[in-house]
Design a protein around this ligand. Structure first.
Ligand code: SF4
Length: 101
């Protein structure tokens, strides 16, 4: 598959809606998935933390993510797309996983 087609596939899976950088060099990326749901990917200097769920079933009262409940699991291609999006903006060589979007 040619690179432009891969780029198009990636854009269809996940897009960075907004970026929220911190003074320490990290940045929170609000990532919109194909179905319009949004998750958060965190770009750190050497790694990226990706979301594996949209929402959260735990429901801690102080947390915005928990207010929606668990909406769905994030697909494997969507997880890879989060890593690619983070890497496009840094030299992140590794990925780590956090559960909730
Ligand atoms: S994402 Fe974490 S803090 Fe938020 S509701 Fe789930 S477990 Fe609680």
């Amino acid at each position: 598959m040619a690179l432009p087609e891969l780029a198009e596939d990636l854009a269809n899976l996940a897009r960075v809606q907004s970026e929220h950088p911190s003074a320490d060099g990290s940045a929170r990326l609000l990532v919109t998935l194909r179905d319009g749901q949004a998750v958060e990917t965190v770009r750190l200097p050497r790694t990226a933390c990706v979301s594996t769920q949209v929402g959260c079933a735990v429901g801690c009262v102080f947390c915005m993510t928990g207010r929606s409940g668990l909406l769905r699991q994030v697909g494997s291609a969507e997880i890879i797309a989060q890593v690619v999006l983070a890497r496009q903006q840094s030299n992140a060589a590794q990925g780590s996983v956090h559960g909730h979007g």
